[in-house]
Structure formats: C-alpha cells, structure tokens
Design a protein around this ligand. Sequence first.
Ligand SMILES: Nc1ncnc2c1ncn2[C@@H]1O[C@H](COP(=O)(O)OP(=O)(O)OP(=O)(O)O)[C@@H](O)[C@H]1O
Ligand SMILES: [Mg+2]
Length: 305
Amino acid sequence: MKTGDIELLIEIARFEDSHDMEKEYKIGWSWRHVRIWPATLSRLFKDGYLENVFRSNSHTGYRLSDLGKKLVVGAESEDNPVVSNEPIQTDELFEDIIGHDDVKELLTACLLADKPVHVLLAGPPALAKSLFLWNIERASGEKAIWLVGSATSKAGLWDLVAERQPQIILIDELDKMNVADTAALLSLMEGGRLVRAKRGRELNLSNQLRVVAASNRTGILSPELRSRFAICKLVAYSRSDYLTVVRGVLSRREGLDRELADEVARRLDGISQDVRDAIRVARLAPQLGIDKAIRLLVGGDVDEK
Ligand SMILES: Nc1ncnc2c1ncn2[C@@H]1O[C@H](COP(=O)(O)OP(=O)(O)OP(=O)(O)O)[C@@H](O)[C@H]1O
Ligand SMILES: [Mg+2]
C-alpha cells in the first residue's frame, strides 16, 4: 500500500456513505465520481481494496471491497481525524491585505474562537472582501472549502460538506447562492447537523464548522440568513486609505517601483476610489503613459502633460 492510499480509501468511503449505492450507483461509481485517476483505482483494485462491479468500454464501475472497508474503519477509529482539528495558523494570515485592521482582528478572533462565530463581509466592490477569503483558504489548506454563490457545484453544498468534512466554508457572492444550498447552509450554521430529506439520512458534523462569506449586498439576503452572521461592513476607502492601498497593491503585487506606484496613486486621487482602476492604469501605463491611461480608462479631469 502506498502512502496516501488510506486517505483515498477514506475519501471513497465518504463518497459511498453520502450516496445510496443501490439506487444511484448500481453499476458502481467511476473515477469521475470520486475524482481519483483511473490508474490509481486500477491499482487499488489489484491490491484488493476495491471490487469491480461492472466493466464496459465506457464505464468501469467500482465499489469498496470488504478489505477496503475494514481498512477505513480501522484508520478512522485510530482517533486520527483525516482533517486535523488544529486551529489554523493566523500569523501573517492577512499579510497581503493593506489596512482593514478591524476586519483582520475580527476574522482572526472568529477563526480562533472555541465555538463558531460566522462572519459576512459586506460592502461595495474592490474592498478586498474576496482577498480575505483567499487568504483564509491559503492558510487553511484541506480544512476549508471554497464556494462561489453564483457557481455552486453540481453536487451541492450538502454533498460537498459530507465528502470533505471541512472546518471552514468560504462563500463568495453569498447573495447569489441557490435556494437548495442556502437551505443547507441555514441548517449547518446552526447546529452542524444536516438532514437530507430525500432519504432521511443525517450527517452530524463537528460543531466546529464555521462560515466566512462575502457579498456586495445584504439587503436581499433572508432575515434568517443575515441573523446567523456577524455582519462586518466594509466602507468605501477614504481618499487617504485609497492612496495607501493603491501604493501598496501596485508596488507589492503589480511590481511597480515605489515612485511610479506613488504617481499613479496621486494622479487617481479624487478621480477614482476603485483599486481595480489603479491596477488597470498601472498595466496600461507602459504603453499609454499614466495620464492617457487614466483618461481612457477612467475619464475625469486629467491634465495631460
Ligand atoms: N486593502 C487592500 N489590500 C490589498 N489589496 C486590495 C485591497 N483593497 C483592494 N485590493 C485589491 O483590489 C482588487 C479587488 O479586490 P477583491 O476582489 O478582494 O474585492 P471585493 O471586495 O471582493 O470586490 P467585489 O465585491 O467586486 O467582489 C484585488 O486586486 C485586490 O488585491
Ligand atoms: Mg469579490
């Protein structure tokens, strides 16, 4: 058995537990369902951990064998959770983000709290809401799952949570999430318990599960969903915050030298408050020059020299 095989078998067992094998996968599941390469499955089969229940030109259907199941039960009873319950490392967690000190403090406290406090970052565009989620995902690795409300996966939130058993769910564009996933979310934010009405199956999650979401608008969320979150309102940057953020983003991320970053920031002062404008200007400035780039991209009152 290769290193990592037991984790694959555990993943497969979770997949099988979250589906009705007799109805949905009568002819077994394939590599696409469990997202494991065919060659790896064929090796696990040869080693006796999987049974081959169907084979045709287009479908090789597998199921966990008794030996595979035994190994999974053994590994899981070793009091050795696959996804560790260690809190995530919060040092340098938000080092990419300039300013927003209160938000950083609140999110860090929520991630470290013994019991969950869910947070919704709300506010106008380009205030680093998604960047906060990305930073949390980067620090959490396997412990977090990332969803975008407007593109929720076909499997749906319930299956995703059953399969991956995350500690943190990150949801961008929460206001665009579909009805089924929103219903699942309401339930799991409250008690970590999901009941799948279709088959009456239940999944008990550790009550450590916490949700961090982002949305432009909170008004269109249902009152019960809003009530489950600590809503952290990000307000549009003041002129001085905008200067600091633009200088920082352009020099750190866009690779502009300090002077040029400063110049773009100063020229945009009073014309735009959108950091994305500054990034576009910086990217086109080598071809167009800063003033023309601003005039063409943002309009406004620019004295071209
Ligand atoms: N305080 C900041 N620190 C670092 N980068 C920032 C900051 N504010 C904005 N940005 C930059 O601005 C761009 C937009 O940020 P992001 O996508 O996180 O915004 P958002 O709040 O999620 O916007 P939207 O509501 O449109 O989704 C990114 O390139 C991001 O790096
Ligand atoms: Mg965003």
